[in-house]
Design a binder for this molecule. Sequence first.
Ligand code: PLP
Length: 393
Amino acid sequence: MKTYYFDNNATTPVSERVWQTMEPFLKSEYGNPSSLHHRGRAPAKALREARIQVAQLLGAADDREILFTSCGSESNNTAILSCLSTNPSKKQFVTSSVEHSSIRKLGRNLSGQGYDVVEVGVSTQGFLLMDELKRVISDQTAVVSLMLANNETGALFPIDEIGSLLRERGILFHVDAVQAVGKYSLNVKSSPIDFLSLSAHKLYGPKGVGALYVRQGVPFKSFVVGGGQERGRRAGTENVAGIAGLGAACELALSDLPQEIDRLKKLRALFEDSLGEKVPGIEINGDLYRRLPTTRNVRFPGVDAEALMMALDQKGICVSSGSACMSGSHEPSHVLKAMGLSDEEANSSIRFSFGRFTSEQDIREVVPMIRETLDYFKEVERNSVAGSRKAPR
Ligand code: PLP
């Protein structure tokens, strides 16, 4: 059975070039990058190269601004905990109601430790309520953490506008760009951002490696302590293969970013037009314009999204209802709820996320399969209603 992988926001396949870059560090180049003997040289060089490749994709002024971590969640936690510990007199942490669980759960923990944690709301289109943000920030705010692109709807927050506002007020700004890096043009040098998180597995790199951009001159306190790796900012022997893979993934993304964005926009338009034609009555969750080209969140009124997802899986189609980290929780998506959807509406929504390996042909094949599945659901429902009418009393 052919796999139609439309869940690229959950994770992406590792690209061939990335794998080739990683392979030697899982076999022959086993040296520790901190070793002074010859076995340490190739791994150390791989780390240097990867740091430059990540810095280039982000448009960082200096590759020393890049810190390697184990994942996007670690980058997020590190940035916020660093801001709080370098500003011990400030007790407020501001974020939004649609963030990834690595931010929201940290917020809940901080709240339990006496911090004032504020989640700014979003509009029905999924955009940050800027007036609310302006109202809540104060001299007590240690850090504001917001995502660049939402993992469920693809909605983009205006990070430059937000960053300028925070800079005027002397407040540190962390951006969770895990879903945006490699799919959106970034230039951290000219953007008013202090910290930015990314994760390799969202851009055709391996799982278990991420990075944190820390603007030069911004105070930083280590979260993982021990050895002197990462210039004393994150202890632990580096995941050399993973980091080399992240570097290659960043180089690949940078090589054709505008063309790939364009291609993805065309695919998304094809998907929306053909799905709208074949399945009248669907609703799109979120704005049609300010969003990632990869993401479409579609509501199928009256349909149980989880049942639809499982039925599509039987046909080889991988999609998700809610974010990968929350799937299995049976809770309606907090993102869709924050946008004002009812539990029932949220539970009838599916996220389709496209990527580098999605083709026009895939979309042309999948849309009729979605239609067939929905027709089958209707048929089953009709039969069960008819059956219950005939049932003896
Ligand atoms: N932030 C966002 C917006 C995400 O979508 C994710 C993963 O889905 C993360 C952070 C966490 O990244 P990781 O899986 O690398 O910990």
